[in-house]
Design a binder for this molecule. Structure first.
Ligand code: GLA
Length: 414
């Protein structure tokens, strides 16, 4: 990944390479913890984008994703006395606990992810060894799924140390426990599934109902593309945003639609349980807000299906149009997106060389992503610098532009 070489807004940071980042976390671990260098290992869990299939994983929909060449990286070593102690290069204070006394969830505490990961594993496995670790990563937080990535990194590290052989599907379940049960975020399985399964230059398609995962290669004739990430400067955690409210609204829409159609209502109704014909026939009876959420769901399902065909055909233009339409649906019907994200979406939508753009992730904070023609890098960055800080002066010194490449799955390094 590279940062744009511009002298305008905002100050330009020099990105470290992955090898430099690994060196940094290893050096920090050696300095701060008395570990035997031979015991040190490194795990990387890449961040992800979701070009199509936004906000529908929790309704058991079809979603797509891809990892990027920016990761959460952790150097770690085993402990023999049950200690878990982790430091972050980006967050203050150490996380520190014993395997047999995992503290409860703490609001806004970055230690939640390793505590949740330990508890998730302990439900089915014995953990004989804890770990000391140092976590690093270069990207701004928000929308790229750093929470799922760091949880995957902890899981892979704890599993390696304890010689546990879990499949990617098992680890999807472990992250789900951490987020849904321990943390209380009612999200779906998009993030960790992409992080655990994606192959470089593939689009990962996930059916969140059947849990079928398909990795679809980009055909050789696909036009050149790269992934642009523009960080808005706005960062909040998802618990406490409208994320969970939207999930509840989608479930209410599903329950009402099934009821209108006289169909059996499952204990935990989701929009995937509703056939599209039911929505067509009965949708108008929904209150406006629920009608909008369902409109987003059924539209997004169709965009994913169409997008997969476009991807398989190497038609990036068509794929991109669908991504931009998905972004519009998120604004209009899912009603997510802060003013900053909406401005970025509009700037990128209008910029020549952008195949498609939308908010990344939940869209209540963080980043806008775009698939772009590498030849248009400079002009796209120029459009962002010209319009974004003028529209959002508070963010003028914080927003940032990152050009990324597709990447593979989470893994132990070396
Ligand atoms: C967040 C959640 C995911 C998914 C996306 C929106 O990243 O963690 O489960 O719902 O938002 O698509």
């Amino acid at each position: 990944m590279e940062f744009t070489a511009t002298t305008t807004h905002p100050p330009v940071r020099v990105a470290r390479s992955e090898a430099e980042q690994i060196e940094q976390v290893v050096a920090h671990l050696q300095q701060n913890f008395a570990v035997n260098p031979a015991d040190i290992a490194v795990v990387k869990a890449p961040l992800r984008i979701c070009p199509l299939g936004a906000h529908i994983d929790h309704q058991l929909g079809l979603v797509t994703g891809m990892t990027i060449d920016q990761s959460i990286i952790m150097a770690f070593a085993p402990t023999t006395n049950g200690l878990v102690r982790v430091e972050s290069l980006n967050f203050p204070s150490q996380v520190n606990f014993q395997l047999d006394a995992v503290p409860p969830y703490g609001k806004g505490d970055w230690g939640n992810y390793i505590r949740g990961a330990v508890l998730a594993l302990q439900r089915e496995h014995h953990l004989a060894h804890g770990l000391v670790g140092v976590v690093g990563g270069e990207m701004p937080i928000g929308g790229l799924s750093s929470s799922a990535a760091v949880t995957v990194a902890y899981l892979l590290a704890l599993e390696a140390i304890n010689r546990l052989a879990l499949s990617p599907a098992d680890n999807v379940g472990m992250v789900r426990y951490t987020e849904n049960i321990y943390i209380g975020l009612k999200n779906g399985i998009l993030d960790q599934t992409v992080i655990l399964y994606n192959e470089r230059d593939h689009l990962t398609l996930i059916d969140c109902e059947s849990f079928e995962v398909e990795r679809i290669p980009a055909p050789a004739k696909t036009d050149p593309y790269e992934i642009l990430v523009v960080y808005s400067g706005v960062t909040h955690v998802l618990v406490g945003t409208d994320y969970n409210n939207r999930v509840t609204e989608c479930r209410a829409a599903a329950e009402s639609l099934l009821g209108f159609a006289g169909e059996a209502i499952p204990a935990d109704p989701r929009l995937r349980h509703v056939r599209p014909e039911i929505f067509q026939a009965e949708g108008q009876r929904l209150p406006d807000k629920l009608h909008k959420r369902a409109t987003h769901f059924f539209g997004e399902m169709q965009r994913v299906r169409d997008g997969v065909l476009a991807w398989q055909a190497g038609d990036l233009r068509r794929f991109g149009e669908l991504v931009t339409a998905s972004g519009e649906s998120s604004i209009k019907y899912y009603e997510s997106g802060s003013p900053q994200l909406i401005t970025l979406y509009e700037i990128l939508r209008d910029a020549p060389g952008v195949y498609g753009t939308r908010f990344s992730g939940a869209g209540f904070r963080g980043c806008c992503i775009a698939l772009v023609d590498p030849a248009a890098r400079e002009s796209i960055a120029e459009a962002v610098h010209r319009r974004y800080p003028a529209a959002h002066p508070q963010e003028a010194q914080i927003y940032s532009i990152h050009y990324c490449q597709p990447d593979g799955p989470a893994q132990l390094c070396g």
